[in-house]
Structures are given as structure tokens and as C-alpha cells.
Design a protein around this ligand. Structure first.
Ligand code: FMN
Length: 161
């Protein structure tokens, strides 16, 4: 099985999770980048409105993979805007999709999972599982903190990988 781990991360937490997932599943790691960095306020505002972040061109084709891992931080109760752009531009037909989310709040971000799932399904993908990792605004998540929850999640889904 070929695994793609694609993510957006502004301050590094989602990136740490993405790196651990990529190691665990021997997946190709691809970072989505904004053309121009944006402020906290603009990020929150545009996210709230569900806008598409202006991202750099990507150098992967989802068609080359069986499983797609998608990672995003929560911004103002929603997924980050670069992920809107990604979801609008990918054809998920026949793909298994795994979603991982980081946020500061301890409450599982179900509305974010549901919103991403609806868009993935509308484009032919199948959501297999979700992972939520709580983070702290003031101290970045360390790889050590990410290893165990990622390993558990990957083990739980090993039959797909
Ligand atoms: C613009 C912005 C809005 C945020 N909104 C929320 C929020 O609504 N709820 C929450 O729990 N955390 C929120 N956070 C915190 C991030 O979700 C959290 O720090 C996340 O782990 C950051 O991931 P990153 O380091 O990969 O960018 C927000 C952070 C930013 C920058």
C-alpha cells in the first residue's frame, strides 16, 4: 500500500504529528504551504468564513497513493484554510482517507472531522478514521509526545495500511 501524508501546519504541531505518521506508515510526507504567511487574526477570520488559503503548487498526485492522511490545525473552530484549497482540488475516488487534527481545546473537534468527511465523501473518498491530538498554545508538541498516540492509531488501522 502506498501512503501519502499531506498536512498544513502554521506553528509546527500538526507537522510533528505528520512526521510521526509518515515514519510509522512509511508514507510520503508533503507539506502544504501558503504563498504568503498570514497573521493570527487573518487566519482565524478567513477560516471562520471557510475561505480557501492561497497555497503553493503541490508536487504530488493523489492518484499515486492508496491511503491519504490529511492533517490540519483547528482555526476558529474549523480546519485551516489551506486544507479547504486542498480538499477542493483533490479527486479522492477510491481512496482511503485518514484525518488528523490538532487544537488547543480538549474537546474532540467533531464538527471539523464531519466537515472534512463530507467533502472527502463528496469527491469519492472513504474516511477510515480520525485522530485528534490536543496541543498547548505556548509550548510546541514534541515528537516524544506524538509517538505513542500515533502508534496506537496506526496499529488500530493496520489492516488498511
Ligand atoms: C488562527 C488560529 C486559530 C485557532 N483557533 C483555535 C480554536 O478555535 N480552537 C482551538 O482549540 N485551538 C485553536 N487554535 C490553536 C491551534 O489549533 C493549535 O495550536 C494547533 O495545534 C496549531 O497547529 P500547528 O502548530 O500545526 O499550526 C488556533 C490557532 C490559530 C493560529
Amino acid at each position: 500500500m502506498k501512503n501519502l501524508v499531506v498536512y498544513y501546519s502554521k506553528s509546527g504541531n500538526t507537522e510533528t504529528i505528520a512526521q510521526e505518521i509518515s515514519k510509522a506508515v512509511e508514507g510520503e510526507l508533503k507539506k502544504i504551504e501558503l504563498i504568503k504567511d498570514i497573521s493570527f487574526g487573518w487566519a482565524a477570520f478567513t477560516s471562520l468564513l471557510g475561505l480557501n488559503g492561497k497555497i503553493k503548487n503541490v508536487d504530488f498526485n493523489v492518484k499515486d497513493y492508496d491511503n491519504i492522511f490529511i492533517g490540519s490545525p483547528v482555526w476558529a473552530g474549523k480546519n485551516a484554510t489551506p486544507i479547504n484549497t486542498l480538499l477542493n482540488n483533490i479527486d479522492f475516488t477510491g481512496k482511503n482517507v485518514f484525518v488528523f487534527i490538532t487544537q488547543a481545546d480538549n474537546k474532540t473537534p467533531n464538527t471539523v472531522f464531519e466537515s472534512i468527511a463530507a467533502r472527502v465523501k463528496a469527491k469519492g473518498g472513504k474516511i477510515i478514521d480520525n485522530l485528534f491530538i490536543q496541543t498547548e498554545m505556548k509550548s510546541p508538541l514534541t515528537p516524544g509526545q506524538a509517538t505513542a498516540p500515533v502508534a496506537d492509531w496506526i496499529n488500530k488501522n493496520s489492516k488498511f495500511l
